[in-house]
Design a binder for this molecule. Structure first.
Ligand SMILES: NC(=O)CC[C@H](N)C(=O)O
Length: 373
């Protein structure tokens, strides 16, 4: 079998695919068998993938193999990450750039913008077929959605992390990274939006969320994964219908900063200061991570109406995380001029709100954006 495969590849490179396609499977023609496959020829057919490293557990190191939760994130530089997975060289020509070396809870909007600009610039290059971003898992879902919204390219972008440091037993980073490079270099991934490869699965960056804090199967989406990577092959079963990449109206080349958006977490026994303090600190919008249907306590409604009348945007999401928040369910959004976050959880709603506010603060437009992205 290896001989047959290598012969096919060789024939394709030599422009013989039509001839080969008409041949039955079986012994190869003498020409394909005898021509040696050069390293340069192999490299020419492999996709070029750039790995942008930002830190996180995938670059973490612990004192002992038993340390799966106690370790230091953001320690291992990108060249070592790549060198630790030699199989990457079989699927792509890779090079790495160290963009940051931080835990992802320390990401700010400034870093999101800087990272997205770099991804965008790289994907404009003819010699780059895809980009992988290694990332801490805590805010990976925010970065994945942000890139999905603002990088106007159909080339694959894969954001990847790990739940265990490389020093731990059953470390998951090496396979997650290999899968990320495989997807970033695959033709089937073109136009699919930003993806996340964790635990053998390919998730939509828009949908995926971290649901468990300590296991390799931490990431999932209420709409299911897009596919899987098994033994180095990508298998897609669905794709997102939401606007992203080239079909997005947002472009990181036009964005230099993001407005401040705050999340206020709903519970029993709330107090108005949680909302008013956010606005005093400069928040242009508040995502209400409300209970259930994105609910607002009766005794807080006047506070939120007042903030809206003075210009603060109110976006109702839900602390439940899954499901969809519908307009005028439990609260009269039309009357109060509030927006609903649809199926986006609070942290994702915060990202879309900030991106949308770079273009408009009209609530009808903002609501349209929440339906479409
Ligand atoms: N698994 C992880 O990557 C978590 C480590 C760290 N809190 C981060 O998000 O970067």
């Amino acid at each position: 079998m290896p001989v047959i495969r290598s012969g096919r590849r060789l024939a394709r490179a030599a422009g013989l695919s039509i001839v080969l396609a008409t041949l039955p499977l079986g012994p190869l023609p003498a020409l394909a068998r005898e021509m040696p496959e050069t390293a340069a020829g192999q490299a020419a057919r492999k996709p070029n993938v750039v790995i942008l490293a930002t830190g996180g557990t995938i670059a973490g190191a612990g004192a002992d193999a038993a340390n799966s939760a106690t370790y230091q994130a953001a320690k291992v530089p990108v060249d070592k990450l790549i060198a630790a997975v030699p199989a990457i060289g079989n699927v792509a020509n890779v090079r790495g750039e160290q963009v940051f070396q931080i835990a992802s809870e320390s990401f700010t909007d400034a870093q999101l913008v800087q990272l997205a600009k770099r991804v965008s610039a790289l994907l404009k290059q003819d010699d780059v077929d895809g980009v992988v971003v290694t990332h801490g898992t805590d805010t990976l879902e925010e970065t994945a959605l942000f890139l999905d919204l603002v990088v106007k390219s159909d080339k694959p972008i894969v954001v990847v992390g790990s739940m265990r440091p490389s020093t731990a037993l059953s470390a998951d980073g090496a396979l997650n990274l290999l899968d990320a490079v495989t997807v970033a270099g695959s033709k089937e991934a073109v136009g699919k939006g930003v993806m996340v490869t964790m635990n053998d699965q390919i998730q939509a960056g828009r949908d995926v969320t971290k649901r468990v804090n300590v296991v390799p199967s931490a990431f999932s989406s209420q709409w299911g994964p897009l596919g899987m990577v098994v033994e180095g092959k990508t298998y897609f079963f669905r794709s997102s219908v939401k606007r992203h990449g080239k079909s997005s109206e947002f472009d990181i080349d036009q964005i230099d900063s993001l407005p401040l958006v705050a999340i206020v977490y709903g519970s029993g026994n709330m107090f108005p200061g949680a909302y008013t303090a956010a606005v005093e600190a400069g928040a242009k919008a508040i995502v209400n991570a409300g209970t259930g249907n994105g609910s607002v306590a009766g005794y807080l409604v006047d506070t939120l109406k007042d903030l809206r009348s003075k210009g603060t945007l109110i976006v109702r999401s839900s602390r439940v995380g899954d499901g969809i928040v519908l307009r005028n369910a439990e609260q009269p959004d039309d009357k109060y001029d509030w927006v609903v976050a649809h199926d986006l959880n609070p942290q994702k709603a915060k990202i879309l709100t900030a991106v949308a506010l770079t273009k408009t603060n009209d609530t009808k437009e903002l609501q349209r954006i929440f339906w479409e992205y």
